[in-house]
Write a protein that binds this ligand. Structure first.
Ligand code: HEC
Length: 252
């Protein structure tokens, strides 16, 4: 296959066809899915200028923004909104609410990827383009592998409430939320359950800002390979949660 060709629906097509046929965003998604970094990465639009952010400030803004537009918006608003204030153009042209709010509840409530991670993907994509994917990957690992939330807001909405912490082992909203509700006992959509999400989201926004700051300093380290390279298929890592002890082998 030539360098300026790619595979779509099993057929080799030229890069020109991909761009003309699909539009830049769809091409970006197709590239990510097929792992065709070389062929089309250069076609991703120029990165947005980044200035280093104060993680504490980002956390507080994300916490408050959760109460305005939920998880995905909260991360996007905390980071991209702060950059709108700090840098101005081109960030000011971004319709932050419209481009991110739909991620709530793991995609309008479908419980797939946790909305704060969807927000992170939007943010790292806008700011760091192709390089943003490795940053996003690290934040997904961090989210899945840590006991969260540990973040304490400066101006908490619920006085005297400190949520228990749980490890999701998964980036899925459904698993993350319900592991927490089970352990905490807040099984209904109570104010406590909402506040746990707001804190978790704040902490994820902070983690994202810290990774982006490292990246801006040239200190970002990719610690994990991408899932496709590790498992040979698109997957989360917690195979046994769904398959039990009988995890099927991925055909190679
Ligand atoms: C969120 C739940 C979930 C997780 C996590 C998960 N799987 Fe699956 N997987 C499924 C479901 C559901 C199917 C479809 C099974 C079916 O229809 O019989 C499936 C199918 C498969 C299949 C093909 C069908 C088969 O039985 O041969 C393979 C291979 C597989 N999974 C491997 C893995 C591996 C390896 C991991 C971890 C790296 C993993 N899965 C993680 C839910 C999950």
């Amino acid at each position: 296959m030539e360098k300026n060709e790619a595979i779509k629906d099993g057929q080799v097509i030229s890069r020109r066809e991909m761009i003309v046929g699909a539009g830049a965003l769809a091409v970006g998604a197709a590239v990510a899915r097929l792992g065709l970094t070389d062929a089309v990465a250069k076609e991703l639009p120029a990165k947005y200028p980044y200035v280093k952010l104060d993680p504490e400030e980002i956390g507080e803004r994300a916490y408050q923004s959760w109460y305005k537009g939920f998880c995905s918006y909260a991360v996007a608003d905390a980071i991209l909104g702060t950059l709108q204030d700090r840098v101005g153009e081109p960030y000011t042209a971004l319709p932050i609410l419209n481009m991110s709010k739909w991620g709530y509840g793991g995609g309008v409530g479908w419980g797939t990827m946790c909305g704060c991670l969807i927000g992170t993907g939007i943010v790292t994509g806008v700011i760091a383009g192709q390089e943003g994917e490795a940053i996003f990957n690290e934040v997904i690992h961090w989210y899945s592998e840590n006991e969260l939330p540990a973040y304490n807001p400066k101006n908490p909405k619920l006085a005297g409430f400190t949520p228990v912490r749980t490890k999701s082992d998964s980036p899925l909203c459904h698993i993350s939320t319900n592991r927490w509700t089970k352990k905490s006992g807040f099984v209904k959509l109570t104010p406590q359950r909402k506040d746990r999400c707001a804190r978790l989201v704040a902490e994820t926004a902070m983690q994202t800002a810290m990774q982006l700051n490292d990246w801006a300093d040239g200190k970002f380290k990719k610690k994990h390979e991408f899932q496709l390279a590790i498992f040979g298929t698109t997957t989360q890592s917690n195979c046994m949660d769904c398959h039990g002890t009988n995890v099927p082998k991925v055909p190679r």
